[in-house]
Design a binder for this molecule. Sequence first.
Ligand SMILES: C[S@@+](CC[C@H](N)C(=O)[O-])C[C@H]1O[C@@H](n2cnc3c(N)ncnc32)[C@H](O)[C@@H]1O
Length: 192
Amino acid sequence: MPNDWEERYQSGDMPWEKGEAAPGLVDFLAARPGLARGRVLVPGCGTGHDARVWAAAGFAATGCDISPSAIRLAVEKTRAAGLTAEFILGDFLGDAPPRPFDWIFEHTLFCAIEPDRREDYAAAVVRWLKPGGGYLAVNYMIPDTEGPPFGTSRGEIVARFSPHFDLREEWVPRSYPNRKGLERMFWWRRRG
Ligand SMILES: C[S@@+](CC[C@H](N)C(=O)[O-])C[C@H]1O[C@@H](n2cnc3c(N)ncnc32)[C@H](O)[C@@H]1O
């Protein structure tokens, strides 16, 4: 897979980098202090804001990214924050997981990959997640076919994940100002 992402980190062309975790994730964790703790994977973690929020909430957080510079920045920022999280360089779509996870948190990876890789993406979520595990996604509900970011619809999301997952809840989250009203969160449970 060509790694244009690394070039973008090296040139500082990172419009997705908001300097903070996804607001919808922050609210999800704050509203559910009793969630069973476990191992969470953030694929396409970028500089690690979302992984750090899970770590700060008491989860064993792992971020995975295909870009070495993203991983380096994630490690540096996590150390500076005084938090503990693991960051691994890898291809979420192609690699075998080092171990299965209790949770996977999606935020701006699904919309970043080529749409013709979405079957591979869904298969990867099944592969990296334990049966019964939680798949929590912030999906970007834009119509764009030229990307990244590439858009999706509720119909596509439901059709793609329903074969392997039960939908627990869905809602419109609080978002960064430039994504207000354009995101939808889905909380799935892997069957099995
Ligand atoms: C749009 S950025 C979002 C980063 C982060 N989630 C955020 O919101 O700040 C997409 C990220 O996914 C990473 N990525 C793209 N393809 C990947 C793959 N196959 N496996 C792991 N990471 C990937 C890129 O390097 C990049 O960091």
